[in-house]
Design a protein around this ligand. Structure first.
Ligand code: ASP
Ligand code: MG
Length: 471
């Protein structure tokens, strides 16, 4: 049995929902009833969050306008994807959710605050509407389907906005509720993103959490595969906006997929894949706009390929911070102080490098955090700066990180040299380099203005535009 998930763009309007229903219907024909997990229609969650936030901030009008727009959007979708005989029922359900939105926002407005608990309730309303449309569209094709709210299936702790499943309870409830449906050939259409505490208080798994919902359900049901339907042809060798001959990767390992998403590629979040990894369930990324394209299969052990390097990614809009001084040599605790200061500010460090002379530590952070990080460093290191043990704390922006990723790099000599050679020939200066001891990636920091060029050069150097030719 398959667990399949459709993202917001895949259910972006009524016609798209009709296409999704056709995909589900044909999969059911081929492989038996799948379990479907569905996101809110594209843009809906953002608007729900906006409704609650503006209401909390004292705006008594905006949420009304949003509720109205959401009604119009879902009504139009219902008219486009449902047979007339089913429209009234589905629209009544949608009306209920929209009315709930209005009354929740009204309370939030009166109270003048939106607690994380209230925000989870409001932001999860989009999925409760979209599952009705998808289940209805399936029924319209003669496919038995049932909308299911994940509050009855995915049981979590009470960390609103980023809740974590309580596995035993989730597994028990999912199996109890879903297996009988599947046995009868009924397709459960489950809300992504949302869950509930054991007491039934609604929670969410965090923004973009529908992928995680699918992995949780897929793992609890011991699905054969988990398919994530999105709007691109799987995982590419590079961002096609930067590299014209970027190509879909037929297979990737879980580790490679995780490395890629750490370095900015639009792949599944590593946390999302954990439940699948633990049970070794293959995850396939498919394109709803091109359903016949095989997409990318993410597995524990991909077939060997002639490409040692699999993909090149890049993250832009970053700052390189350098802490430098001769007094740092051999003095323990400087790194701890540096990263302690940055961590306290909640700044995410994407890459670290220290020269072996120990005169300099540099690291890369998001550009918008530059001010905060530098100030925290100057104040925490004021002693060392006054004594001139540390001579400077400096920020360089914009820089970009270009990461070369592939599990086959491990123990293969010459990968870094090849990448450096390509950049050198292109006249691109490498500002800093880091390699994790896992050896699944090498990352370079380069001038932000030359990021696209750097990605292209390295992509060509490793011949990633030419198909894999699995060995
Ligand atoms: N609808 C939710 C969001 O936009 C969850 C998801 O799309 O995965 O964050
Ligand atoms: Mg989404």
């Amino acid at each position: 049995m398959l667990t399949i998930k459709f993202g917001g763009t895949s259910v972006g309007d009524g016609h798209r929902i009709a296409d999704v229903a056709k995909i589900v219907a044909s999969l059911r024909e081929q492989r038996g009833a799948p379990v479907a997990v569905v996101s809110a229609m594209a843009g809906v969650t953002n608007r729900l969050v906006e409704a609650a936030s503006t209401a909390a901030a004292g705006d008594g009008e905006r949420y009304r306008a949003i509720a109205n727009a959401l009604w119009v959007q879902h009504e139009a979708a219902a008219r486009a994807c449902l047979p007339e005989s089913l429209q009234a029922d589905v629209l009544r359900e949608i009306r209920r959710q929209v009315d709930l939105l209005s009354s929740l926002c009204q309370s939030i407005h009166v109270l003048g605050e939106c607690t994380p608990r209230a925000m989870d309730l409001v932001s999860g309303l989009g999925e409760r509407m979209s599952v009705r449309l998808v289940a209805g569209a399936l029924a319209g094709l003669g496919v038995p389907a049932e909308p299911v709210e994940a509050c009855d299936l995915i049981i979590t702790n009470g960390r609103f906005g980023a809740a974590e499943p309580l596995w035993e309870e989730t597994r028990r409830r999912s199996r109890e509720r879903l297996l009988p449906l599947l046995e009868r050939g009924v397709v459960p259409v489950i809300t992504g993103f949302i869950a509930a505490t054991p007491e039934g208080v609604p929670t969410t798994l965090g923004r973009g959490g529908s992928d995680y919902s699918a992995a949780i359900i897929g793992s609890c049901l011991d699905s054969e595969e988990i398919w994530i339907w999105t709007d691109v042809n799987g995982v590419l060798t590079a961002d096609p906006r930067l590299v014209s001959n970027a190509r879909t990767l037929p297979e990737l390992s879980y580790i490679e997929a995780a490395e890629l998403s750490y370095f900015g590629a639009k792949v599944l979040h590593p946390k999302t894949m954990l439940p699948a990894i633990e049970r070794r369930i293959p995850v396939r990324i498919k394109n709803t706009f091109e359903p016949d394209h095989p997409g990318t299969l993410i597995v524990a052990e991909p077939r060997p390929s002639r490409h040692v390097v699999k993909a090149i990614t890049a993250i832009r809009d970053l700052t390189l911070v350098t802490v430098e001084g001769r007094g740092m040599i051999g003095v323990p605790g400087v790194a701890a102080k540096v990263f302690g200061a940055v961590a306290r500010e909640g700044v995410n460090v994407l890459m670290i490098s220290q020269s072996s002379s120990e005169q300099n530590i540099c690291f890369v952070i998001p550009r918008e955090a530059t001010e905060r990080a530098v100030q925290a460093l100057r104040s925490d290191l004021s002693h060392e700066l006054a004594r001139r043990d540390i001579e400077r704390v400096e920020a360089l922006a914009p820089v970009a990180i270009v990461a070369v990723v592939g599990a086959g790099m491990r123990g293969t000599p010459g990968i870094a040299a090849k990448a450096f050679g390509a950049l050198a020939r292109g006249g691109i200066n490498i500002i800093a380099i880091a390699q994790g001891s896992s050896e699944y990636n090498i990352s370079f920091c380069v001038d932000g203005e030359r990021m696209a060029e750097a990605v292209s050069l390295v992509h060509d150097e490793f011949d990633l535009g030419t198909p894999n030719g699995a060995m």
